[in-house]
Design a binder for this molecule. Structure first.
Ligand SMILES: [Zn+2]
Length: 159
């Protein structure tokens, strides 16, 4: 027996619900999940929110760091456009780009396909310096490790 209501009942037992939480992209999650796993599922949303807040914070903090260490340079975030790295610096007539990622083994720590493509086309081909910056976050303190990207090593950082 299947009830098409807010809660679904299956013969196999256990109710499921449809998650209506709004995700980062502004759309509802819409996933069917067992009611017994609601807490676990909600925690996954919470984790995603914390992760995205950390990403935003890490970019802002790295921008501040670049500004502190390069007085007189023009440093700004590129915004939400797909492709260009998060931060650009213009110093002594030279451009450099910085893509900030969490440290780790997953795809989040690597360049997305459109980012790698943009970097190859616009930076590496034109000899513009570009760095991948990995952050670690303990409590509220961020540490950063930057690595210069090149035609030779970029494939190591592609997801
Ligand atoms: Zn959900």
């Amino acid at each position: 027996m299947v009830q098409i209501k807010r809660n679904y009942k299956f013969e196999s037992g256990g109710t499921v619900y449809r998650c209506k939480r709004i995700r980062k992209n502004g759309k509802p999650c819409n996933k069917l999940e067992f009611t017994s796993k609601r807490k676990e599922h909600n925690n996954r949303h919470k984790g995603a929110i914390i992760a995205s807040a950390k990403n935003i914070d890490s970019e802002r903090q790295y921008e501040e760091k670049l500004r502190r260490e390069n007085s007189g340079a023009l440093v700004f975030q590129t915004g939400t456009e797909c492709g260009p790295p998060d931060i650009v610096m213009y110093k002594n007539g030279k451009l450099s780009f910085y893509e900030v990622k969490p440290t780790g083994k997953g795809n989040d720590s690597l360049l997305k396909a459109d980012q790698a493509k943009w970097i190859k086309k616009n930076c590496l081909r034109n000899n513009i310096d570009v760095y991948i910056v990995h952050y670690k976050c303990r409590t509220k303190k961020f540490t950063f490790v930057k690595k210069k990207l090149s035609k030779k090593n970029i494939s190591m950082y592609e997801s």
